[in-house]
Design a binder for this molecule. Structure first.
Ligand code: FAD
Length: 613
């Protein structure tokens, strides 16, 4: 019997698995049409060799993609709830996209297209943070960690995961750490808040240790040509439709019934609500609401050989949109993602504790993002002044976020390569994305909390921090831009403090035909709030349930690579060699003795390579 295994290296990466036994005649059902489900369906077709005609994907919304959105809404304009920072070591993601034909570049896969684009237009961030209304912060290339703060990072990294149940980040770090550029860059790059899970923070430290050297310029990031709906989701859907996979939209999965016989768990039935109307306002495309009105209940019998993959929970469920003159309404109870997970977990705690992620979310929380469409050329010069880059050049502009250090919302903006939508008129329109990590304080120009702001007010606050003369701000925000606020009440749910067992295992113990996929399912070592995590859990689910004999590419092992560890130490101390790093009393003597001992050895060579000696 083949048990799921992880591997690295080209033998497994380039190998194509044999068709596993017992695939024929099986059916597969996916709850949700987000990235996790789309990836899972591809792995079923490509690796398990299950015909696409045997696969059905149920989605409560009227379009696929889930959180990975990007749409031209006919009433509101261009909308992205977010943009995805990706990197070279999203191993399963690239494994997926090496097989998906691009829709934009002839004879190329999506991976080819990404690879070529990032070679010809590599991403760097010229202005990671600003302050004092449009000035670059001091010491921008440095992480400004004190020895105490570095020690706190090491302490958390060296703590065992099982000792971090329900712990918060601020239980490990003091004021010096939170005042550092490291924290400013880290928090705003990944959306961490001081109250967030220390377990997740530790995973990030280990998983992204190879990013420490590039935190100030974000040159490790990789971006798609357009928004991720167009560049990633659409090609996936085209591939799956081409293989005969059925997409059933406007269908909420209300319940999945599982029998438990002596610990063997098998799905027997699914209950659906088909064809109801969405609870969102008209034109609320991009996926916000679930089905709240009407619809017809249906039941599907699931055979023991059939397979059910559930994306449990969603960070974009219940998201709502405002417009230039109105804030996004606050709603928390729409949609099926949390409801289904809660229903299942109440019956069986092996399916996790959804309430740990969806309830008690602190007020000082990121919930608002906004899409700004610049409609004339009056605002673009302020972006060019900061970045030194022409927004209409077609090249990378901010290369990830530029954050405002002295903003009470901890506000930030990103301008991706333009056009960011294929339908955009690059001569006229430019797209900017805004977000603020603290929703509990009034702004510095607009004296309201970020949640209370209409679109133009969000842009006005941003223009104030860019250094636009105060008497021009309101006019530019109202007449030179159109801004769509988006409220995502669960956006930081992935980072809620949690304990072992709060997320169900990808394949719960004893399960014969049920798997959980996405960022609320538990796999080892990888980090949530990533596209990679959705794809990884999908691959592990398919390989486990169908016994696919091919290694799942393991999480990039940077934290096991002594070269990377030394490099991180060098950059954590702002590129100082060992003899300049302050050591505790007696440390210098030990250092001297140790250096004498390693003289002429391979260890000395490694330290020299890392510029530590
Ligand atoms: C603002 C923002 C910024 C982000 N930044 C990054 C980044 O920088 N880098 C990165 O890698 N990732 C980033 N992500 C995360 C990444 O986009 C997500 O992790 C990923 O897209 C999640 O995909 P998923 O399929 O696991 O879940 P989802 O996208 O949540 O999909 C779940 C789908 O299932 C449907 N569904 C759920 N329950 C039911 C039900 N009962 N019945 C029917 N349908 C149901 C939902 O409607 C939804 O469409 C970001 C996400 C957001 C929102």
């Amino acid at each position: 019997m083949v048990l799921m295994y992880r591997s690295n290296g080209n033998f497994e990466a380039f190998g194509r698995p044999l068709k596993p036994e017992g695939v024929d005649g099986r059916k597969a059902y996916f709850v949700g049409a987000g990235l996790a489900s789309l990836a899972g369906a591809v792995f079923l077709v490509r690796d398990a060799q299950l015909p696409g005609s045997q696969i059905t994907i149920f989605e409560e919304l009227t379009l696929p993609g889930g959180s990975a959105d990007g749409i031209l809404d006919e009433h509101k304009g261009f909308i992205i709830r977010g943009g995805r920072e990706m990197e070279a070591h999203f191993e399963t993601l690239w494994d997926l996209f090496k097989s998906i034909p691009s829709l934009d570049t002839p004879d190329a896969t999506v991976l080819d297209e990404m690879y070529w684009l990032n070679k010809t237009d590599p991403s760097t961030n010229p202005v990671r943070a600003i302050q004092n209304r449009g000035e670059h912060i001091e010491h921008m290339p440095d992480l400004t960690l004190t020895p105490k703060a570095v020690q706190e990072i090491l302490t958390l990294a060296l703590t065992r995961e099982e000792d971090l149940d329900d712990k918060r980040i601020d239980e490990f770090f003091g004021e010096e750490f939170f005042a550092s550029n490291f924290w400013l860059y880290w928090a705003t790059m990944f959306a961490f808040e001081p109250w967030a899970s220390a377990m997740e923070m530790r995973r990030y430290l280990l998983r992204f240790i190879h990013h420490i050297a590039t935190l100030a310029d974000l040159s490790s990031l990789r971006f798609t040509r357009y928004n991720q709906y167009e560049s990633l989701i659409k090609p996936l859907v085209a591939y799956l439709e081409g293989h005969g996979v059925t997409f059933q939209y406007a269908t909420q999965v209300l319940d999945v019934l599982v029998t438990d016989q002596g610990g063997t768990k098998t799905v027997t039935e699914m209950k659906l609500l088909v064809g109801g109307t969405t609870g969102g306002t008209e034109g609320e495309a991009g996926g916000s609401a679930g089905l709240t009105n009407g619809g017809e209940e249906q039941t599907i019998a699931v055979a023991p050989t059939d397979l059910v993959f559930i994306t449990n929970g969603s960070i974009t469920e219940s998201s709502t949109f405002g417009d230039n003159d109105n804030p996004a309404p606050i709603v928390t109870d729409r949609g099926g993602a949390w409801a289904l997970w809660k229903t299942m977990a109440e019956r069986d705690r092996a399916f996790g504790r959804p309430e740990k992620f969806s309830e008690g979310i602190p007020e000082a929380n990121w919930t608002i993002s906004a899409t700004v469409t610049l409609t004339d050329d009056k605002i673009a010069p302020y972006i060019e002044r900061l970045t030194g880059r022409d927004p209409r050049s077609g090249h990378i502009i901010t290369g990830g976020p530029c954050n405002i250090k002295d903003s009470s919302w901890l506000y930030g903006f990103t301008m991706s390569r333009q056009p960011h939508f294929a339908a955009q008129d690059p001569e006229k329109e430019l797209i900017v994305w805004l977000y603020g990590l603290y929703s509990d304080k009034p702004g510095d120009y607009i004296k309201k909390t970020i949640r209370e702001c209409a679109g133009w007010e969000l842009t006005a606050e941003w223009l104030y921090h860019l250094g636009v003369p105060v008497d021009e701000i309101d006019d530019l925000a109202k007449n030179s831009a159109s801004t769509i606020p988006c409220n995502m009440p669960y956006i930081t749910s992935y980072f809620m403090p949690r304990a072992a067992g709060d997320r169900p295992l990808v394949v719960p113990e004893g399960s014969t035909n049920l798997a959980f996929i996405g960022n609320f399912a538990e796999t080892v070592r990888d980090t949530v709030f990533t596209t990679e995590y959705s794809v990884r859990t999908a691959m592990e689910a398919v390989y486990t349930l169908l016994k696919v004999d091919r290694g799942v590419p393991e999480v990039f092992a940077s934290s096991f690579d002594v070269r990377m560890l030394m490099n991180a130490l060098y950059y954590l101390n702002d590129q100082k060699p060992l003899h300049e790093i302050p050591l505790p009393f007696g440390g210098r003597l030990i250092e001297k003795a140790a250096l004498a001992k390693i003289k002429g050895t391979y260890i000395e060579e490694l330290l020299q390579d890392a510029r530590l000696i």
